[in-house]
Design a binder for this molecule. Structure first.
Ligand code: ZN
Length: 497
């Protein structure tokens, strides 16, 4: 893939022409009849622009001219004149850049979204080799050439915006490749190695702490360990930390569900239910790659990424229905449904994040089919314990062109978990419905007073189940861009919520 910028004056006459980016396309573009004529994109608004970019790059070849000005001037979207240029209206905008820069960044990212394809040839060479060192080979972005035509931006600002878009696009691609890797190529150990290698690559200011089975047993992470009992010794709680803000700034933690495979446990899934369960780690992959983007774009924030990694399998020691487990928080849980394991893995990670000093948490998890049943395959379910945080996340998602919809929590759902005669509460509300809200309330039980909390349940949009004209089949990377936009806006507000 190759991305160029052409800056024109208002009448459309080119004033500067510069090639800014050579993306991840492997071969030089082949120019034949296919790309003899450049095709044009003139979208009337932001949404249409993003969709057109994804459709164009989906072909992965040929050359395109993409005109930004009409979309930039549109009054119908968050980047339009109506909404002004306040940080609230356009969280991805940084001080001193225009809405055109924000639009350019996201349009470039959308080109990466459309062009991404998992390279199955490279899987053959991956056996026994580290995923991180080979991650660029796992994604192919084709040979298309995309020229953005725009006005009103300096060359320097246009270049910077396109670079940010490229970084976000490739980070999202890494998250998709992690999701697409088969379970036997990516167990919790390999994912842990990936996170440690990433921290090393990010370098100064970034630390990585790995808690293994033994360390978690000492600490009392009874919930995550219970989930993983069918694959003993291979659960990990990973904490990446980035000191990008002032020492006194409050910390924000991204927490990801990383079930490298979910068989359902003794409540074993059916063959169709178990199909795609390698994707049950997309929350953790998304969190990790949002973290990478935020660190590499030097976002001034004190940030953590906490990953709860394990596998939900059966075996002589696997957790059973009716078992009562003691979580890291000290609260006890009766296991009703062994397939409601994501919340168990996450609850210890939430407690851990707060012990590490998180004042606010955003968790990303492929948690419930109920969320998918309610909202479909393209919309994530959003939950939170403060209205203003939910509003900020909705704005961030809109900027990132991802759909989220808020669903309720509250006493009436909390009550449904409080039926156990042996434990503080159960992990499931049998036959009561509202499964996504009940799961969110389960997690909320582990949020301490004063901690801000957002939860994205992304079973539906985390995977593209059959290819569309905008994206190829497989992991979608959903959530990476929204979470990144949210944290950037949070950083700008310096954590004052
Ligand atoms: Zn499950």
């Amino acid at each position: 893939m190759e991305i160029r910028i052409e800056i024109s004056d208002k009448r459309g006459n080119p004033t500067e022409r510069e090639t800014v980016l050579h993306g991840a396309g492997q071969e030089a573009p082949v120019c034949g009849a296919e790309c003899a004529a450049e095709r044009e994109i003139r979208a009337r608004d932001r949404e249409a622009l993003y969709a057109a970019c994804r459709r164009a790059s989906r072909a992965r070849a040929g050359s395109w001219r993409i005109f930004l000005d009409a979309a930039a001037e549109c009054g119908q979207c968050a980047h339009g004149p109506e909404a002004g240029t306040s940080p609230e209206a356009a969280p991805l905008q940084e001080a001193g850049t225009s809405r055109t820069a924000a639009l350019l960044q996201e349009a470039v990212r959308c080109l990466y979204d459309g062009a991404y394809r998992f390279r199955k040839d490279c899987l053959k060479e991956l056996v026994g080799r580290p995923v991180f060192a080979n991650r660029d080979a796992l994604a192919d972005y084709g040979t298309g050439i995309y020229t953005f035509v725009l006005s009103g931006l300096s060359e320097e600002n246009a270049f910077a915006a396109a670079e940010r878009g490229k970084l976000l696009g490739t980070c999202k691609g890494y998250a998709r490749s992690l999701g697409n890797l088969p379970n036997n190529y990516l167990h919790a150990q390999q994912m842990t190695d990936y996170a440690a290698d990433l921290a090393k690559m990010l370098g100064e200011g970034v630390s990585c702490r790995v808690l293994d089975h033994e360390a978690m047993e000492r600490m009392g992470c009874g919930a995550l360990l219970a989930v993983n009992r069918g694959r003993k010794e291979e659960a990990f709680l990973i904490t990446l930390e980035y000191a990008g803000g002032e020492k006194t700034d409050r910390k924000l933690a991204l927490v990801g569900k990383g079930l490298l495979f979910d068989s359902g446990g003794y409540h074993l899934k059916s063959i169709s239910g178990m199909n795609g369960m390698k994707y049950d780690m997309c929350g953790a992959a998304g969190v990790l790659e949002a973290f990478e983007f935020l660190v590499r774009s030097r976002t001034p924030v004190n940030l953590m990424a906490v990953l709860a990694l394990g596998e939900n399998l059966i075996g002589p020691e696997a957790v059973k229905m009716g078992d009562v487990i003691t979580t890291l928080s000290g609260k006890t849980v009766e296991v009703y449904n062994t397939d409601a394991e994501g919340r168990l893995a996450l609850c210890d990670a939430l407690t851990w994040a707060q012990r590490c000093g998180a004042a606010q948490i955003v968790d990303l998890a492929t948690l419930t089919y109920s969320a998918q049943a309610a909202l479909g395959d393209e919309t994530g379910a959003l939950f939170g314990n403060r209205d203003e945080l939910c509003r900020d996340m909705q704005k961030a998602a809109e900027t990132a062109d991802e759909a989220v919809w808020r669903l309720p929590t509250g006493e009436r759902y909390h009550r449904l978990l409080e039926w156990s005669i042996c434990a503080d509460f159960a992990n499931y509300a049998p036959d009561k419905g509202a499964g996504a809200s009940v799961a969110a309330c389960f997690l909320e039980n582990f949020i301490e007073p004063g901690t801000g909390w957002l939860h994205l349940d992304i079973v539906g949009p985390s995977v593209i189940r059959s290819a569309t004209e905008e994206m190829s089949e497989g992991a979608s990377g959903f959530g990476v861009a929204s979470v990144a936009a949210y944290v950037q806006a949070w950083a700008r507000s310096k954590g004052i919520v």
